[in-house]
Design a protein around this ligand. Structure first.
Ligand code: NAP
Ligand code: ZN
Length: 347
């Protein structure tokens, strides 16, 4: 038996603890990866705590994975043993529908197979994520990590990186655009670094004063404390584009007022409770509100190569397995600078 050491929540809302499971046998097109590092995304916490919908338990979370290929299926031709790779939020999709055909597997019409909290389509068995020593992934969903990026700091790119790169790229953020980033946590700090590298003038819109110096260090031109109404009012009608990364529900009205005419706000934060807004904040000045889900595989590779070129990685606090539960509490309190990453050697 091929038992894998992992950390799992056995039931919703329970602390995570050591857990072992039998690794799936490789199909011809599967790649087996030894996980070196795995980021802690707020989505892991939402799912372990059943905040979105009833999850599949025991749950081994983790979808910000970096490591090395240890085994390949007989028909795998993109990767070989020893390659340095990454895995994000998906491990397969139908590869046939209109979305998959447009390299938008995250919107697969049959539902992409997620890295955890999902079931393998062929066996019906539960899928365990990256808080585990090994994962098995379809080769088309394995990414290459640029050689200049350290694997601990690169892990968060696989979700936080692509989730913010995708809307910035899709809405064609470019040099000179005034871009706002609401919430500077794991996703938010990646949004700042990536938008700065795209040439935008970036402003962090945070609900505290705590991150002002860091925002500047990441290249932001300005900082707005959203709890101080004078600061919000002063910036009304000034932004081309805003990305909202906040994990909690907000009233979006005053944030939408920050946009210029025809400006767009993209929601990537996925709170369990609904956001609210006064519709006049959109009607006046023809503003738009949109959503965005991670990114496709081709785009994820493009993002990794972009980050390689610009030397962009996450700010991380590397932790051992026994600190996972404490890290969850700190993430919920916005007390993370800016991503916890689990060192799998500690399992
Ligand atoms: P995170 O590290 O916890 O960051 C969230 C940030 O939101 C905090 O650092 C804080 O920033 C702000 N915030 C938190 N509570 C707040 C409150 N009550 N009022 C105002 N601001 C608050 O989380 P993350 O990992 O970046 O994830 C953020 C959200 O994106 C989560 O809901 C996650 O599930 C979702 N997500 C979505 C996708 C997608 O594909 N759309 C992918 C990944 C994650 P400040 O301290 O700067 O205010
Ligand atoms: Zn994530």
């Amino acid at each position: 038996m091929n038992l894998v050491d992992a950390y799992a929540a056995m039931k919703p809302k329970e602390p995570l603890r050591h857990f072992q499971f039998e690794l799936r046998d490789l199909t011809a097109t599967d790649v087996q990866i030894e996980v070196f590092y795995c980021g802690i995304c707020h989505s892991d916490i939402h799912q372990v705590r059943d905040e979105w919908s009833p999850g599949i338990f025991p749950m081994v979370p983790g979808h910000e994975i970096t490591g090395k290929v240890t085994k390949v299926g007989s028909a795998v031709n993109k990767f070989k043993v020893g390659d340095t790779v990454g895995v994000g939020c998906m491990i397969n999709s139908c590869k046939d529908c209109s979305s998959c055909s447009e390299n938008l597997e995250q919107y697969c019409e049959k539902g992409a197979t997620l890295t955890y909290n999902d079931k393998f389509r062929d066996t019906g068995l539960p899928i365990y994520g990256g808080y585990a020593k090994h994962v098995v992934v379809n080769e088309d969903f394995v990414l290459r990590i640029p050689s200049n990026l350290p694997l601990d700091k690169a892990a968060p790119l696989l979700c936080a990186g692509i989730t913010t790169y995708s809307p910035l790229s899709n809405w064609k953020v470019t040099k000179g655009n005034r871009v706002g980033v609401i919430g500077m946590g794991g996703l938010g700090h990646m949004a700042v670094k990536i938008a700065v590298a795209m040439g935008a003038d970036v402003f962090v819109i945070s609900h505290s004063e705590n991150k002002k110096e860091d925002a500047k260090k990441f290249g932001a031109k300005g900082y707005i404390n959203s709890t101080i109404s004078e600061q919000m009012q002063k910036e009304m009608n000034t932004f081309d584009f805003i990305v909202n990364t906040v994990s909690a529900n907000l009233d979006l009205t005053n944030f939408l007022f920050l946009l210029k005419r025809d400006g767009t706000m993209v929601q990537v934060g996925a709170p369990d409770k609904p956001n609210t807004l006064n519709m006049f904040s959109m009607i006046i000045k023809r503003r738009r509100l949109a959503g965005s889900l991670i990114g496709g595989i081709k785009e994820t590779q493009e993002m990794l190569d972009f980050c390689g070129k610009h030397n962009i990685t996450a700010e991380v606090e590397v932790i051992s397995a026994e600190k996972i539960n404490e890290a969850y509490e700190r993430v919920v309190k916005s007390d993370v600078k800016y991503r916890f990453v689990i060192d799998l050697k500690s399992f």
